[in-house]
Write a protein that binds this ligand. Structure first.
Ligand code: ZN
Length: 218
């Protein structure tokens, strides 16, 4: 489900009825409840007494908070990473940006969006601070929801070129430059947002890869 958010398959406001999720994933409702509780804790979903769970719809203010938090922690992640990066870390980052370009070449919109977000998660993982990495994961998913709600539909928020330049600075051990490039990159993401939401009603079976040929009974 985290991936579905990152891939923009699961849109803000999507309702997540326990029994349907249990059927879609072929697991017990207890298991579904456990996962939903975790996502609620991470603010990815909202649970309302009479409506049940739905994918969170960050407000303009919450979105601004998310991006502000990223502008605070990601430059710090960049500095840490530039200091600690091994050859292996650099190779992982390079491999990741290559897969971003592959997705762009394939025009695979869902992969482009997911991989763009995951670059930031990978960088945080490699920086070696588990608390920052965990926070980054939450902020990435919240950013995806924000972009879904507020981005101009055609805007590509997170470009592989930026990620390559950031990786170059990390490889050169230049933490200040990596931090500065990241800050500029995040400012570009924020600039691409238009705070006027448009939402369409999604379909859970379709999102999770089930066809609708047998009707909506699932
Ligand atoms: Zn990015």
């Amino acid at each position: 489900m985290y991936e579905s958010v990152l891939e923009h398959r699961l849109r803000p406001g999507t309702r997540l009825p326990e029994e349907r999720l249990a059927a879609v994933f072929g697991v017990s409702r207890a298991k579904v409840r456990k996962v939903l509780a975790r996502f609620e804790h991470e603010q990815l979903i909202e649970v309302q007494p009479n409506r049940g769970a739905q994918v969170a719809e960050p407000t303009v203010e919450q979105s601004a908070d998310t991006l502000e938090a990223r502008r605070v922690i990601e430059p710090a992640i960049m500095r840490a990473l530039a200091e600690r990066a091994t050859q292996e870390s650099i190779e992982l980052l390079r491999k990741h940006t290559e897969s971003e370009y592959d997705a762009v070449a394939r025009r695979d919109k869902h992969s482009i969006i997911r991989l763009a977000g995951e670059f930031h998660n990978l960088a945080a993982d490699l920086a070696g601070n588990s608390a920052l990495a965990r926070t980054m994961r939450e902020l990435s998913a919240l950013t995806c929801l924000t972009i879904l709600l507020y981005n101009a539909p055609t805007a590509a928020a997170c470009l592989p070129d930026d990620h390559v330049h950031i990786t170059d600075a990390i490889e050169a051990g230049d933490g200040s430059r990596a931090a500065e490039l990241m800050l500029r990159h995040l400012e570009e993401v924020e600039k691409s947002l238009v705070f006027a939401p448009t939402i369409e009603e999604p379909d859970l079976e379709e999102i999770f890869g089930l066809t609708k040929t047998h009707g909506k009974g699932a």
